[in-house]
Structures are given as structure tokens and as C-alpha cells.
Design a protein around this ligand. Structure first.
Ligand SMILES: Nc1ncnc2c1ncn2[C@@H]1O[C@H](COP(=O)(O)OP(=O)(O)OP(=O)(O)O)[C@@H](O)[C@H]1O
Ligand SMILES: [Mg+2]
Length: 629
């Protein structure tokens, strides 16, 4: 293969709006102001020639001035006014005056000179105040800077040991830029991701400002995103308050690190409801995401909220006080009552859909999409009503997609023992939109199919990585913040204007509570009926020694999910390249085989931090970094 220039095919996507960074070179290559004196000189000479022939009349000077302005405008537009140096304007003006004086001292008279000077003054002022000057000046400076980055890229790539990396172009997105890169055929770009830190250093950036992304389809193509400033700093009114008219609209809830929008879909007209699981430690930003969703949807007529607030009104109280929710509860007992009502409601909606031949619920003000929002799921899941709430939710969660009921849950504990903090596996697995905010000390594997691209620090509030419907970029994003004043204003403005599906709710409530259950009592497991022909009673065995049949397994009591995942990691770490067998992990965690494989081992293989090896007839799990070595 012939050697390729590192910049072959380089193209520059030019900026539309940008702030030049400090180190921008400001000298333009073609000064547009050279056009100004030329235009003015032409006008001056025209005036001069006229004056030589006869006396100059005032309207001739006016016409000449107009011509000069038009010429200056044309020149500015054609060359692109980009230079920041005001001295250029001065030089232009002096040059034009020189031309005018030269024509004045030979055949022209004083009056003509005055006319010429007037023309020069008008044209110069016009150029100095041309609307495109400031904007273009900045744009041109930035273009030059990006040009220089493209030129230096070969050296940067060589410095990080990737001299075969080719630059296809630099894309500018205002608050940063993206190097579109490629390796020649026969190479793969996958490992560039592990060079992220080295690249960050080579580009002279801070940790976290450089992100490498590998193309999902092409193993030779990738992108290096460089963040120059916080994209949130330049949010426009359109971004902050987008016009949302239906629950089926996509919701702009966050911005990716590279400034692109992150859209959340709660309901799709063809697919139906899309449940959401929001996970993160204390103060990571879970509620801020919920508030952002509320901000966009409270004004929408075809959706209504049913809220279970385990945080006792810390964030949602202001909305509840202003009557923004159709139902608002704070205790597990009341949540149980709500989810019991949802069961017959789902049944009824299915019946209506069958009748009308609808595949997916069609939301309206009278029959809106119902969003069941559970803030701090743990409070409810671990209560004495947890198992009953779980049973009802499992029923609802298998049928809620088409029937237009959306479950949104926020929790600090996605795992817990058997996932019961999120009402168990059945409820959790249906939550397709997954948001992973900062995790606590243990780090944890969270709820994504892969580990976080980079650990989120405690300073990065509202930052998450997500796997959501039609949004699966492996890049962090930040929730668009809603201030306390905005929350209050929003609640006051929109409170009480939401849809109220009274008819169907009351009907469902009646059905759910037709046979009232005493919710204060715990449900006892039903006794098994005694098989016929068996006599019940007690018997005493005397003087009998039972021989030990076999050794008891050295298994401990099952750990909870977080502990088991951590133990598994630790075992792999200690075993190094030798790896561990499933039986070892079973013994250490006390977990049964299938559960261990599905909830701990399989996710580690999916996330690719562990690999599977077969040696003879034995199977081993090895940490990827040891396997690669
Ligand atoms: N998107 C954001 N932009 C800026 N600051 C944020 C953002 N999200 C959260 N914060 C900051 O972090 C604090 C905690 O956020 P939030 O209440 O949303 O966290 P949480 O995960 O719900 O916490 P908890 O589990 O304690 O309820 C906020 O008061 C705010 O100061
Ligand atoms: Mg919260």
C-alpha cells in the first residue's frame, strides 16, 4: 500500500458560531480591507475626472459616495471581513486619502478634494460598522485555528504512537471540535479508545475533555471529540424551552459532552410507552432529570402523572402543592392502592383497544398516557407492602407498553438482594430507557450493558450515561438544569391544567376495591391441602444415629447483588491470568448456578471486562486485561 499523507482528504467543516480560544492567530491571509481603498480610489478618480471636465455638483458627489459604499459592501461580502485589526481600516482610509490628494493636486480643485474626502469617510465608516465584521472576524480566526490543528494532527498522532492514524477532517461544533479519523485497511481503530488519556495529554487538554468514539459499523473509522467549554453555557431559549405539544414528541432533556442534544422518548406512537430506570447515588442528579421531564410535559394535554414520592416532597412537593399531579402519594400503603387500580385499568384499556382495533393506545386529553413516577423506589420496595406492590407492578409492566402506561423509577440501589429495590427483575427488565448517574463508592456495574465510559466524579452533577430508545451514544451527557425559581413558576403556571382521566380511573378504582382487602394485615402464604390418606401428627425417634451421607457444601448464605458482583470481581482480580471457575464463584457468593450466570457472569462478559476461556474440559473466567496480556 502506498504511504498516505496524514492529512489526505482533509476537509474542514467551517464554523457557524464560535468563540475563538486564547491561542488564535489573528493575522488573516487576505485582508478584505485592501478592497476598500481600491473601491474608494475608483470612486475618487471618477469624481476627479468629472471635476476636471466641469464644476462638481453636489449630487455627483452623492452618487459617487453611493457607488463607493456599494463597492465597499461588495468587496466586504466577497472577501469575507475577518480581520480583527482596526489599524487595517486606518491604513485603508489613509491610502484612499492619498489617492484623492494625488488627484487633487494635479488637475483637480479644492472642492473636488472635499468631495473625495467625504466619499472616503462615508466608505470607511460603512466598512467599520458592517454587520458581518465582528462575526466573520471571529469565524475566520477560528477557521485558521482549526486549520492549524489539522496541520499539527500528524505530530500529535505520532506522539501517542499512532502515526498510521489519518485525519479525514475537523468538524466544528462551537464548544469543541471533532477530529474524524481513520486507519488504513488491515488495521483496527478499537484500541484507540484505551489511548484516550495519552491523547488528552498530547492535545494539551484536561482529563475528561477528550473522548474517543469508535464507529459502530466500520472498524477503521473513529472520532476524537474535544470539548473546549461547557455546552450548557450557550443553551438557547429554544433549547431551554422547546415547544412540546404531545407526549409523543421527543424531549430534549440533556446535552451530550459534544454539545449535541440528548432526546428522551417516553411514548412512541408506533411502539407505545417506554419505561425509564434512573439510577445513581445520593445527589447524583436523578431528581433533576425527573424535574426536566416534568418541565417539558406538564404543559402537554395528553399525559398525566401519578406520583409516588419516597423523598417526601423534597423535589416534587412544590408540584404536588400546586396540583400538577393526578395522584400524589408518599407512603407504600397508598402506592399499593394506586398500582392495584392500575391493574383493572390496563385490562379495560386492552378491551377498548381490541374493540377499536388499535395496536397502540392513542392518547387524548380524556384518555391520556399515564406516567407512574416512583421517586426513591427503595422506600416502597423494601416496605412491608413491597411484595404486593411488586406483584401488581409485574402484572402492569408486562402489558403497559401498548396500553399507554409508562413507569418511571428513580433509585440509588438498582441491585439489592435479587433486585428487590426496584421491585425485582420482572419490573426492571422492562425498563428500556436506562440512565446511569454517578454510582457510590463501590462503583458497581450499574444498569447498563457495559461499564461507564469514564467514572463520573462527585463534582459532575447531573451527568449520566444512558442506553435509551434511539439514543445510544457511548458518551456522557448532562441534564439541563431547572432552577428552583423556574420550578415554582412552572408549577404555579401549569398546576391544575393537566389531563384528568376521571372516568376510567374511577371505574378501575371501583373494580380494584370491589373486594376490599385489609391492607394493614400481612398476607400469609396459603397452606397446602393435606393429601388424602395421610395421618397428621407428631412422632419421636429414639436411639438412632444417622450416618453422614455426604459433606455439606461449603457454600455460604447468598450475598446481595452488589456484594456478589464485587466478590466476583475480586476473585478474578486475585486469580489473574489463571482465572476462576464458576463453582468457585458459587461457593464464594452463595449464589445458585443459573442466577449467578445470568446476573453476574453474563453481564461481565457483555461488558467485556471479563472473558471466557476453555482449557481442556474446564471452563474459566478471566479478567479481560489479564487475558489480553
Ligand atoms: N443537571 C444539573 N446541573 C447542575 N447541577 C445539578 C444538576 N443535577 C443536579 N445538580 C446539583 O446536584 C444536586 C443534587 O441533585 P438531585 O437532587 O437531582 O440529585 P438526586 O440524585 O436526586 O439526589 P438524592 O438521591 O439525594 O435525591 C442539586 O441540588 C444540584 O445542586
Ligand atoms: Mg432525588
Amino acid at each position: 500500500m502506498p504511504p498516505q499523507s496524514p492529512h489526505a482528504g482533509a476537509e474542514l467543516v467551517r464554523t457557524t458560531s464560535a468563540t475563538p480560544p486564547q491561542q488564535v492567530r489573528t493575522r488573516p491571509r487576505n485582508s478584505p480591507y485592501l478592497a476598500v481603498p481600491l473601491a474608494v480610489a475608483a470612486a475618487s478618480l471618477a469624481v476627479g475626472v468629472t471635476a476636471r471636465a466641469e464644476q462638481v455638483r453636489w449630487w455627483e458627489v452623492a452618487i459617487a459616495a453611493a457607488v463607493a459604499v456599494v463597492l465597499a459592501d461588495l468587496a466586504a461580502a466577497r472577501h469575507g471581513l475577518a480581520d480583527s485589526d482596526r489599524k487595517q481600516i486606518l491604513t485603508g482610509a489613509v491610502l484612499a486619502v492619498g489617492v484623492a490628494v494625488a488627484s487633487a493636486i494635479s488637475p483637480l480643485n479644492l472642492r473636488t478634494l472635499a468631495g473625495v474626502l467625504a466619499v472616503v469617510a462615508v466608505a470607511t465608516v460603512r466598512v467599520a460598522h458592517h454587520p458581518s465584521v465582528g462575526h466573520r472576524r471571529v469565524a475566520e480566526a477560528r477557521r485558521i485555528w482549526l486549520d492549524s490543528l489539522a496541520a499539527e494532527f500528524g505530530a500529535v498522532a505520532a506522539r501517542v504512537g499512532w502515526s498510521h492514524l489519518r485525519l479525514n477532517g475537523i468538524e466544528d461544533w462551537g464548544h469543541g471540535h471533532t477530529y474524524r479519523v481513520q486507519v488504513p485497511r488491515g488495521y483496527t481503530i478499537d484500541r484507540l479508545k484505551s489511548a484516550e488519556d495519552t491523547l488528552t495529554s498530547a492535545l494539551g487538554r484536561r482529563r475528561g475533555e477528550v473522548t474517543v468514539m469508535i464507529d459502530k459499523e466500520w472498524p477503521t473509522v473513529g472520532a476524537i471529540h474535544v470539548r473546549e467549554s461547557d455546552p450548557q453555557a450557550a443553551l438557547t431559549e429554544d433549547n431551554l424551552n422547546p415547544q412540546i405539544t404531545s407526549v409523543a414528541d421527543k424531549l430534549l432533556v440533556a446535552l451530550y459532552e459534544d454539545g449535541r442534544p440528548f432526546y428522551l422518548r417516553l411514548f412512541d406512537l408506533l411502539v407505545g410507552g417506554l419505561d425509564i430506570l434512573i439510577v445513581g447515588t445520593k445527589g447524583a442528579g436523578k431528581s433533576s432529570l425527573i424535574i426536566r421531564i416534568l418541565k417539558l410535559l406538564l404543559r402537554v394535554p395528553d399525559v398525566t402523572f401519578i406520583v409516588a414520592d419516597g423523598a417526601n416532597g423534597r423535589d416534587l412537593g412544590v408540584f404536588a402543592d400546586n396540583n400538577c399531579f393526578y395522584r400524589y402519594v408518599t407512603t407504600p400503603r397508598d402506592l399499593l392502592s394506586l398500582v392495584r387500580t392500575l391493574c383493572p385499568l390496563v385490562d379495560e384499556r386492552e378491551r377498548v383497544m381490541n374493540q377499536k382495533r388499535w395496536r397502540v393506545w392513542r392518547p387524548s386529553k380524556k384518555h391520556p398516557i399515564l406516567v407512574l413516577l416512583i421517586e426513591e423506589m427503595k422506600v416502597f420496595a423494601l416496605s412491608e407492602y413491597g411484595p404486593q406492590i411488586k406483584t401488581c407492578l409485574e402484572y402492569v409492566s408486562t402489558r403497559n407498553r401498548a396500553t399507554g402506561i409508562v413507569i418511571v423509577g428513580a433509585t440509588q440501589y438498582p441491585g439489592g438482594s435479587n433486585g428487590k429495590n426496584t421491585f425485582g427483575h420482572e419490573v426492571r427488565k422492562g425498563m428500556e430507557n436506562r440512565f446511569q448517574f454517578r454510582m457510590g463508592e463501590s462503583g458497581g456495574m450499574g444498569v447498563l450493558g457495559r461499564p461507564l465510559r469514564r467514572r463520573i466524579t462527585s463534582q459532575e452533577k447531573g451527568r449520566f450515561q444512558a442506553e435509551a430508545y434511539m439514543e445510544d451514544r457511548q458518551m456522557h451527557a448532562q441534564v439541563i438544569w431547572t432552577s428552583d425559581e423556574e420550578r415554582l413558576a412552572l408549577a404555579e403556571e401549569w398546576g391544575g391544567k393537566q389531563a384528568r382521566p376521571d372516568d376510567e380511573w374511577n371505574l378501575a378504582e371501583q373494580r380494584a376495591h370491589r373486594a376490599p382487602v385489609d391492607l394493614t394485615k400481612k398476607e400469609k402464604p396459603a397452606r397446602k391441602p393435606t393429601p388424602p390418606g395421610v395421618i397428621e401428627g407428631e412422632c419421636t425417634v429414639q436411639d438412632v444415629t444417622f450416618a453422614v451421607v455426604r459433606e455439606l457444601p461449603k457454600k455460604r448464605a447468598p450475598m446481595d447483588w452488589e456484594e456478589a458482583a464485587e466478590t466476583y470481581k475480586e476473585l478474578l482480580r486475585q486469580a489473574g491470568p489463571v482465572g476462576v471457575q464458576r463453582q468457585d464463584v458459587e461457593a464464594a457468593t452463595g449464589w445458585a448456578r443459573t442466577k449467578l450466570r445470568e446476573e453476574v457472569i453474563a453481564p461481565s462478559l457483555d461488558a467485556r471486562w471479563a472473558t471466557y476461556q476453555r482449557r481442556g474440559r474446564q471452563h474459566f473466567y478471566v479478567m479481560a486485561k489479564y487475558a489480553a496480556a
